[in-house]
Design a protein around this ligand. Structure first.
Ligand code: MG
Length: 258
């Protein structure tokens, strides 16, 4: 088996489940650190800042630095920096993690004549926000979504995800969004740039065929499906886009790879 120079690691279902880390994933991350193999956590989550994600992982018993985290909000900010002049104004539907990433990238958050509308999960979504966003898009603003996830897993089941909000704005505006998060290439491009490795040298890992594994496919990368979360071995066999590898968990993949 090929030796990869770097790893992109999904979080929920791959590194932790609910409020607990997956022990085999922790051993894998420790092995990467010991061998000084670079990695980034790649999450479609747009509401948390990288500091918050790192603090959560650290609190679960996996010491993590903010610079090891790559969120869809950070990738959206990097994408917009490529598309718009510095200091452009944006209309944002989203929470702290998204607002912080866009502000840090030099954008001004202003609902009046924005050059882009950016949408991440917003648990205070309203008709008024839908109206401002769709009118701005109809007036020519770029329409960017951090991710299009239909559902947000939580301890008590599935809650509506950002994809549901994006669908409302898409219907109201008549425009298709540019989606940044997995399975789309933008978040992977951003993460690879941060790692400084090529798609051919990097392995993407996750528990979801439709986001993680498809993201690998869309970016021309090898992928590893771990069966510690959402997908089962039967799902992997039936998938149109198959992972390069399937393993019960990260540690068994690591120890069995040579
Ligand atoms: Mg996952």
């Amino acid at each position: 088996m090929k030796d990869y120079e770097a790893y992109l690691l999904d979080l929920d279902g791959t590194i932790y489940r609910g409020s607990r880390v997956i022990p085999e994933a922790v051993r894998f991350v420790q092995a990467l650190r010991q061998e000084q193999i670079p990695f980034l956590y790649l999450t479609n989550n747009s509401s948390a800042t990288p500091q918050e994600v790192a603090a959560r992982l650290t609190g679960m018993g996996l010491p993590t630095e903010a610079n090891e985290v790559c969120t869809s909000s950070m990738a959206a900010a990097a994408f917009l920096q490529q598309q718009l002049p510095p200091g452009s104004s944006l209309y944002v539907i989203g929470e702290d993690g998204l607002c912080a990433a866009l502000t840090a990238a030099g954008f001004v958050l202003d609902p009046k004549e924005p050059q882009a509308v950016v949408i991440g999960i917003d648990r205070a979504f309203t008709y008024e926000k839908l109206k401002v966003a769709s009118q701005a898009i109809r007036s020519g603003a770029l329409f960017v979504a951090t991710n299009a996830d239909a559902a947000l897993p939580c301890e008590n089941g599935l809650l509506p995800g950002n994809g549901a909000l994006v669908a409302a704005v898409r219907t109201a505006s008549g425009c298709e969004p540019i989606v940044i998060g997995k399975p789309h290439k933008w978040i992977v491009d951003y993460a690879l740039k941060r790692l400084g490795t090529s798609s051919a040298q990097t392995l993407i890992v996750g528990d979801n065929l439709n986001t993680d594994i498809e993201a690998g496919h869309n970016s021309g990368m090898d992928s590893l499906l771990v069966l510690t979360g959402y997908a089962t071995a039967a799902d992997a066999r039936q998938a149109a886009i198959k992972p390069t590898y399937v393993a019960p968990d990260l540690w068994s993949w690591w120890t069995g790879r040579r």
